[in-house]
Design a protein around this ligand. Structure first.
Ligand code: ATP
Ligand code: MG
Length: 423
């Protein structure tokens, strides 16, 4: 069962808000609603599902409706139309009592600016949510201390907030939410007020916590790099509407519209795109029982100087290079055992492109991409990596690719040179 489901959510502010929803459904724009009826359409027809254990990021510029959306998820705002379900339970028509139970057991929230009590200790601040829930003193103290340790604040329990840096104070807020030990964490710009380096640290810590605790996290940000770093999936919002939902890679590779395309043009793609999006199928493969003669034939036919060798289950065994194959043939051998190079770097398909360069620089042969069982899933010749980088920076500059389709690759190791296309 999904942790969170939002179905055709609307939030319109102003009198006769429901009529505003009808007008939107009939095709009126947000601007018309504002001009003609004095209504603010903060969220328009938003539908999404957050799976258990997922970090789902809602990303959009200021005023795009992110906070309004998250407030409908935890029941602080009643939707003008549409439904929110938490673990299948409809929040939208829950009673006040049910809502309180949901907030206590299911959902806790971290804000950008949340109030720490200046005269209470760090532990008391972290225990605050539990206190309002009526948890006894000893238990809330213990849970708060545990949560503080998870957030890297061990040793600071008895200090006052004023003695902590901004980043540490924000961690107290996170600890407060973790102490409640709910399945779902809602985080509204929780890191936005922090310095970039501290913010990076908090992002890393959140990813680690998420791996450890398997929480479901709905994270809101207006920072695309933060969204790409944290999000298993990202919903892009514009003017109240969700315009695209996908993984960082899907959004980068296939933006839904010009708006998203413009938005992502400054992202460092080499840190987001992974080996799986630049790898190619190997031109030819040799079975592990194959001999130098078969290897030589495959190399000649396919005009390649490196041949990947796999066993019957397609598990990667190593590579053969042309000169040693030729030598082996000339000396009349019939196995490849003595010429198979096995000490070549392998990468997994989720390695980010930026990290491939290091491995690629160390070797003359294409990188082998293998899965968890050691099977060869693709190869990345250095030229492909360089071409991908060129493509990456071309896209970042807002230019399309200039591919003339006449490239004849001489195989790995030779850089294909495209003709300049002049408009
Ligand atoms: N209580 C309210 N009454 C009237 N209008 C509101 C209310 N809350 C939000 N709005 C309006 O709804 C729209 C969306 O606001 P919201 O706070 O959800 O945006 P946001 O994406 O969270 O922006 P930010 O990044 O600045 O936090 C804005 O036009 C805002 O002015
Ligand atoms: Mg907001």
């Amino acid at each position: 069962m999904p942790a969170i489901e939002a179905e055709h959510l609307y939030k319109v502010f102003g009198r006769k808000a429901r009529e505003g929803v009808s007008r939107l459904q009939e095709g009126a724009t947000r601007e018309q609603l504002s001009k003609d009826d004095g209504l603010t359409a903060a969220v328009i027809d938003a539908s999404f599902t957050v799976n258990e254990g997922e970090i789902f990021v809602v990303m959009g510029l200021s005023g795009s409706g992110k906070s309004t959306l998250i407030r409908m998820v935890n029941g602080l705002f009643e939707p003008t139309a549409g439904k929110v379900k938490i673990y299948g339970q409809d929040v939208t028509d829950a009673s006040t009592k049910q809502l309180r139970a949901i907030r206590r057991e299911r959902v806790s929230m971290v804000f950008q600016h949340f109030a720490l009590f200046p005269h209470r200790t760090v532990t008391e601040n972290a225990a605050y949510g539990l206190e309002t829930q009526g948890v006894g003193k000893a238990e809330r103290h213990q849970r708060a201390v545990e949560a503080l340790e998870l957030c890297g604040l061990k040793g600071w329990e008895d200090r006052l907030p004023g003695q902590l840096s901004g980043g540490m104070q924000q961690r107290v807020g996170l600890a407060r939410a973790l102490a409640a030990d709910t399945d779902i964490l809602l985080m509204d710009e929780a890191f936005s007020a922090l310095d970039p380096l501290i913010r990076r640290g908090m992002q890393d810590q959140l990813i680690e916590l998420q791996h450890r605790l398997q929480k479901t996290i709905l994270f809101i940000t207006h920072d695309l790099n933060e969204a790409m770093r944290l999000g298993d999936r990202i919903a892009m919002m514009r003017d109240g509407r969700i315009v695209q939902i996908g993984t960082a890679e899907q959004i980068l590779n296939d933006p839904a519209n010009d708006y998203v395309a413009r938005f992502i043009q400054d992202v460092d793609r080499s840190r987001v795109l992974t080996a799986s999006s630049v790898m190619e199928p190997p031109v030819a493969l040799l079975g592990a029982e194959g001999g130098p003669r078969a290897a030589h034939k495959l190399m000649r036919e396919n005009q390649i100087d490196t041949l990947f060798v796999v066993d019957r289950d397609r598990r990667f065994r190593g590579v053969l290079r042309e000169p040693s194959v030729v030598r082996s043939l000339e000396s009349g051998r019939d196995t490849i055992d003595d010429i198979l190079q096995t000490d070549v770097p392998t990468v997994t398909s989720d390695t980010v492109v930026a990290d491939l360069f290091h491995d690629s620089a160390d070797t003359e042969v294409p990188l082998a991409v293998i899965d968890g069982d050691g099977r060869l899933t693709g190869v990345i010749p250095r030229v492909t990596l360089l071409a991908a980088l060129g493509d990456i920076s071309a896209k970042s500059n807002g230019h399309g690719d200039a591919e003339d389709g006449s490239l004849t690759s001489d195989g790995p190791g030779v850089k294909p040179k495209g003709k300049e296309v002049t408009a």
